[in-house]
Write a new protein. Structure first.
Length: 366
């Protein structure tokens, strides 16, 4: 890799400093002022090798909280701008660093994400793939980019491809491949993706694309909720969670039974996790309230943002029939964070015998 002073750049810097000191010590006052000014113009940054700066920029890109943190560094000087666009730095950029807002979308944003994707950044490939597939309606290119990220074991990309296979997105209803969807979902679940674990649990419970196994499906559903709870437990106020004593007396007797209700059924009010930047882009890209004349609908879970690629692609709630979801995972999340109360109110007045909960509902094809 090119450096400013070759392999012995440390010795060169020390020699330069010594030469400046010698000039200051053994010359007149006028020369001292001239050489001090010259020394200030050539600071230590000028002599740092490129490989060290590339490492620093890569660390910054992987830990930046927003794209502005990274872009502000690129605009500092010509050298940082050139090194910041190096493929090594772009390949390390995090999802937060690539979180382009829908209102700021432009051709330059598209080129930047494409450049990061070409550098081997799985997050950029997934984000740009979602934007192309759902927003720009370039199905083939978007699916190809998501597949590129999935090859690198990117869990959200694997799960998104599973949703596409379950729904036959971008094609006809007969293009659904349930077995491929289950396989992709299982791979994402193995990598710890919570929505994929939840989706796979529902598939096993319902026998959807896989042999029915209620016990194993239930275990996966509990695992998904436990992971969700563990992810927010260190930062969740104690008022939002049950005490350890309540957890022991309320949960333990029922968890040892043959059927274990989900953790959310016990009043564990876990805050909704932040959606992936790609999902936030979709949510902000499409209008909040589609018109009655619109043929395709958004997934009813507010943190998803996926749009149907054909009429009646998504499945609807079997209880109320007023909402539709791209997956069972989105239905379970939306039930906990809002739709559950709506469904209960729909059956007030004796129209439904018993309580309505997420386990009584399912999403069915239209």
């Amino acid at each position: 890799m090119r450096t400013r002073r070759g392999t012995c750049y440390e010795n060169n810097i020390m020699c330069h400093q010594k030469r400046i000191r010698d000039i200051i010590n053994f010359t007149g006052t006028q020369s001292i002022n001239i050489n001090r000014k010259r020394f200030r113009q050539h600071d230590f940054f000028h002599y740092l090798p490129d490989d060290i700066i590339l490492t620093i920029l890569a660390k910054l890109g992987s830990s930046a909280d927003c794209p502005a943190d990274f872009i502000s560094v690129l605009s500092t000087c010509k050298r940082l701008n050139g090194l910041g666009l190096n493929s090594f730095v772009l390949s390390k950029a995090s999802s937060s660093c690539l979180a382009v807002k829908a209102k700021n979308w432009s051709e330059s944003s598209h080129r930047f994400l494409k450049r990061c994707s070409d550098a081997g950044n799985a997050e950029a490939s997934y984000t740009l793939g979602m934007i192309r597939f759902y927003c720009l309606q370039n199905r083939e290119s978007g699916a190809s980019l998501m597949a590129k990220a999935a090859i690198r074991s990117h869990a959200p990309a694997l799960y998104s491809l599973a949703v596409i296979q379950f729904n036959g997105s971008g094609g006809m209803k007969n293009d659904k491949d349930l077995r491929a969807g289950v396989a992709l979902c299982a791979r994402a679940a193995f990598l710890g993706h919570i929505d994929a674990i939840r989706e796979l649990g529902h598939c096993l419970q319902d026998g959807y694309g896989v042999s029915k196994n209620v016990a194993e499906g239930r275990r996966l559903l509990i695992q998904a909720n436990a992971r969700e709870l563990a992810g927010v437990f260190p930062t969740t106020p104690s008022s939002l969670l049950l005490s350890s004593k309540q957890m022991t007396w309320n949960l333990l007797p029922q968890m040892v039974g043959p059927v274990c209700p989900l953790l959310s059924d016990f009043g564990c009010n876990v805050p909704a996790s932040d959606p992936h930047p790609a999902n936030r882009f979709l949510v902000n890209w499409f209008p909040k309230e589609p018109t009655d004349s619109q043929e395709v609908r958004l997934c009813s879970y507010g943190g998803c943002g996926r749009l149907e690629t054909r009429r009646h692609e998504f499945r609807r709630c079997s209880v109320c029939g007023d909402v539709n979801y791209c997956s069972r995972a989105c239905q379970a999340l939306d039930w906990k964070f809002g739709h559950g109360m709506m469904c209960r109110q729909a059956f007030d007045g004796g129209e439904f015998d018993g309580d309505v909960n997420e386990n009584d509902t399912m999403v069915v094809d239209r």
